[in-house]
Design a protein around this ligand. Structure first.
Ligand code: PMP
Length: 406
């Protein structure tokens, strides 16, 4: 131990150690696996070569040569850091170019980029509503929406997953209240891979005068024309007031963004706390993202490959007898492919055994998913070859049989 490190026995934090012991006892404690090379369909975690079914690198852009070049060129031109928050001195020309690029891609008036998708959701929901207002949120919406809702101090009403009739019931109950109403759904749900009922929720918003917001973190680069997202997929661009996306998944870099009217974006420039109080992206990240949006337009075949890999992988899993949702959990409609196990400990043991066999497939247990619905979450990318997918299926099947999961 170095002389300055904090001893792990100090009583002030003993309650944290006790909670970790509890996780160990439940079998859901994890160690971080460390990637030793590039994020890719085959790579090295903890020194072991694995087929990677765990990343959100949907289109293989994390290490695309054109994106690397863009990052290097921007670093050479602008340096490594922006030096300040956007509103003080940290708005670089390249940040504005990225926002203009995304707004044009999405077919909206304007866009603001945040440091992460988490910051985009939490910063937006918390700043566009106040304590007199109401948020109607799908029960499986992402944690960043939940945290933003709590920070806004608005009254939170949770509707059953994708249950539009339930959302309407809740809206009816509050229709005479003076506060504003915001309806919010994920475009693609991150744990089950199902698609949100965007068009029907837009109908509700139109009927009740509510604000419509969609978090398209897992839909951007995946659904819609050239990966424009679920809002485009449903033809709802003009009916969704607030569209959130991430730059950290299909786009391959880091960040989040909000698209909408010029006034919405101006308002967020003035009021969204992560925008106001946290330093902007390094120029290399902004340049990388610009190059990634260019690629979505120029290489649409990546998205086609992503979908054909997804269809093949999911069909083969079903044939092998795995529960990939659709019974007690929603059926996946996208590259996010859960393999339902149920028990948390069994899931984590399965994930570890898969890793030993050369497959990186993350186990996800409570509290990330409900108790009893633990799963291995697999994500297809455009870069997996048929041979890699077949090998992954073979490892999944033989390991599941050995552990009496199949
Ligand atoms: N929304 C959803 C649905 C997500 O799955 C995630 C990422 N886990 C986020 C938002 C946050 O995005 P980011 O990783 O860019 O912070």
């Amino acid at each position: 131990m170095s002389p300055t490190s904090t001893p792990s026995t100090r009583p002030q934090l003993a309650h944290l150690s006790a909670q970790l012991d509890d996780l160990r006892a439940r079998g859901t404690y994890f160690r971080l696996r460390v990637l030793e090379d590039e994020q890719a369909s085959v790579c090295h975690y903890d020194g072991r070569e694995v087929i990677n079914l765990a990343s959100n690198n949907y289109l293989g852009l994390c290490n695309h040569p054109k994106l690397r070049e863009a990052a290097i060129a921007a670093t050479e031109k602008y340096g490594v850091g922006s030096g300040a928050v956007r509103t003080i001195a940290g708005t670089m020309r390249i940040h504005m170019e990225l926002e203009e690029k995304i707004a044009a891609f999405k077919g909206v008036e304007a866009c603001v980029v945040f440091q992460s998708g988490f910051a985009a959701n939490a910063g937006t929901v918390s700043s566009i509503l106040g304590k007199e207002d109401f948020i109607l949120s799908d029960e499986l919406n992402h944690a960043s929406i939940i945290d933003g809702a709590r920070l806004s101090r608005a009254k939170i009403k949770v509707f059953r997953h994708k249950d539009v009739a339930h959302a309407e019931e809740l809206l009816k109950e509050i229709q005479n209240e003076p506060g504003r109403k915001l309806v919010i759904t994920d475009g693609v749900f991150s744990m089950d891979g199902d698609i949100g009922p965007v068009a029907q929720l837009c109908d509700l918003c139109d009927k009740y005068g509510a604000i419509m917001m969609v978090d398209d973190a897992h839909a951007s680069g995946v659904l819609g024309r050239n990966g424009r997202g679920s809002v485009d997929h449903f033809g709802c661009t003009q009916r969704v007031d607030v569209q959130v996306g991430t730059l950290s998944k299909a786009i391959g870099a880091l960040g989040g963004y909000v698209c909408g009217s010029r006034d919405l974006i101006d308002y967020l420039y003035h009021r969204a706390r992560p925008f106001l109080f946290s330093t902007s992206h390094p120029p290399s990240v902004a340049a990388t993202c610009i190059a990634a949006f260019d690629l979505l337009e120029s290489e649409p075949e990546r998205i086609e490959r992503l979908w054909s890999n997804t269809r093949y992988f999911q069909e083969q899993l079903k044939i092998a007898g795995f529960d990939i949702g659709g019974k007690t959990t929603p059926a996946s409609e996208t590259p996010i492919t859960p393999i339902l196990i149920g028990d948390g400990r069994k899931t984590m043991d399965f994930s570890r055994a898969l890793f030993e066999q050369g497959l990186m497939a993350t186990g996800i247990a409570f509290p990330t998913v409900p108790e009893g619905k633990a799963r291995i979450r697999c994500i297809m990318t455009s870069e997996h070859t048929r041979q890699q997918i077949d090998q992954a299926l073979e490892i999944l099947t033989t390991t599941a049989k050995r552990l009496e999961i199949l």
